[in-house]
Design a protein around this ligand. Structure first.
Ligand SMILES: *Cc1c(COP(=O)(O)O)cnc(C)c1O
Length: 434
């Protein structure tokens, strides 16, 4: 019996939930070893980039005011560029979140009259307002930048014929979202992203291929920038912040794309030369250092959840056995009650705000009420154990994070406990054989 058996019972996990979960966990150990191998590879990648760029104690100190000659900021950007094998990078606390990083990448590299194409279907909800798919002040549309979209085929593959037909003289930029976001389509592997980019570059070599890399970093040994992406973009309160970065976003890619973004973020003429790093450098470096390992913990938690809920008959994306390219786990409950109970279970496992009960609310940027479970050390951080779900069909919940695998495991046990207590899952697991 697990040493922690009584600890789980004391924490409100019933013996049957405990036993069911332990059996699933025991079946996953080989799989977890493979995840550790990826994290080992990526850990070495990060350390060698830090050593190559001579990260020193002085880099960890911040600057104030204009932030000219900020050694920590400049060195960190070189470290990111080396890890992602890009010419340059922009890694800043002034980038407020993932949506901001993506908006920055788009708005700085597109000009009036240009067209943006998404060849992988609808982008992340908050980008609808950035692009102007949903009317919004300051959208790309307001600036005369048009948008086209080609959906994935029903089996999840690329619609190459339609993509080819959608590319024309005005097509300046392509946006490819790696992660599924609030959808149940499969997440794209880096190698599939590579295939798509080479197809597009054959048609139009000078088009800028941007990848929304949110939630994907360090889940594989290569990144989209290794397979032809001109620009990759993400949030520091997801994977690359390692749970420690308190804010921030990054862009890594071609020098010209980064330069455009820097002039937009600060000001024409100033670009990368300003932007004080204040007191965040220590957490940016240490978080990036921890990121491969933290991402592995989140992946294990997601795989554990997939195996539990698939065994209980719910649709899970990705499924229990398929390969992973991001840290998101979707579970379709088919009812608002299922989504709510799952999120409340995650909240009950939190170290911070574990005593509060989340409810659905109308969040800015989303087109339906959303429930979010987030008891995080960094507010809203979704590399920490968290779950959210829009209250709309098919009533799927999106679970992610877990700074430690042990916390992820406990969180998932709590969800199952809550679902059984609320009568959404039968408390009797007898019929299920592991
Ligand atoms: C989280 C996320 C975003 C937006 O990031 P925020 O930090 O929430 O603004 C964009 N795209 C994808 C795929 C994401 O997962």
């Amino acid at each position: 019996m697990n040493l922690s058996h009584n600890m789980y019972l004391n924490a409100g996990i019933s013996p049957s939930v405990y036993e069911f979960c332990e059996n699933i966990w025991n079946s996953l150990k080989d799989r977890f070893d493979k995840i550790d191998e990826i994290s080992e590879y990526n850990q070495l990648k990060v350390i060698s980039a830090m050593q190559k760029n001579k990260v020193s104690e002085a880099c960890l100190l911040g600057t104030t005011g204009y932030g000219y000659n900020d050694l920590g900021r400049e060195t960190l950007e070189a470290v990111y560029a080396d890890v992602f094998h890009t010419e340059d990078a922009l890694v800043r606390p002034q980038i407020t979140c993932g949506t901001h990083a993506l908006a920055l990448a788009l708005m700085s590299n597109l000009r009036p009259g240009d067209e943006l194409l998404s060849p992988v279907g609808k982008p992340y909800d908050t980008l609808e307002e950035v692009i102007g798919i949903r009317e919004s002040k300051g959208s790309l549309k307001e600036y005369g930048i048009s948008y086209k979209q080609v959906d994935l085929l029903p089996d999840g593959s690329f619609d190459f014929d339609k993509i080819k037909a959608a590319i024309h003289s005005k097509t300046k930029m392509i946006t490819i979202q790696r992660s599924k976001g609030y959808q149940t389509r499969p997440t794209l592997s880096v190698s599939r992203i590579g295939e798509l980019i080479s197809f597009i570059k054959k048609i139009k070599p000078d088009v800028i291929c941007m990848v929304d890399n949110c939630y994907g970093e360090f889940t594989e040994t290569i990144e989209p920038s290794d397979v032809g992406a001109d620009l990759i973009v993400g949030s520091l309160i997801k994977n690359p912040g390692g749970g420690l970065a308190p804010i921030g976003g990054y862009l890594a890619g071609k020098r010209e794309c980064i330069e455009n973004a820097a002039y937009r973020l600060t000001s024409p003429g100033l670009g990368k030369e300003v932007g004080a790093s204040l007191q965040v450098m220590n957490s940016f470096y240490q978080g990036f250092f921890l990121a491969p390992s933290v991402t592995a913990n989140a992946l294990k938690s997601a795989i554990f959840a997939a195996n539990i809920y698939e065994r209980l008959g719910f649709e899970v994306v990705p499924n229990a056995t398929e390969s992973r390219h991001d840290i998101i786990q979707a579970v379709t409950f088919g009812s608002p009650e299922g989504v709510v109970a799952f999120c409340q279970g995650i909240q009950q496992a939190a170290a911070v705000d574990g005593h509060v009960t989340p409810e659905p609310w109308d969040m800015p940027g989303y087109d339906s009420p959303v429930i979010m479970a987030a008891g995080a050390f960094v507010s809203g951080s979704s590399i920490e154990l968290s779950a959210d779900g829009p209250i709309k069909p098919p009533y799927a919940v999106y679970f992610q994070g877990g700074l430690t695998w042990q916390h992820g495991k406990f969180g998932i046990m709590k969800t199952l406990q809550r679902l059984t207590e609320n009568g959404i899952i039968s408390a009797n697991f007898d019929r299920i054989t592991v």
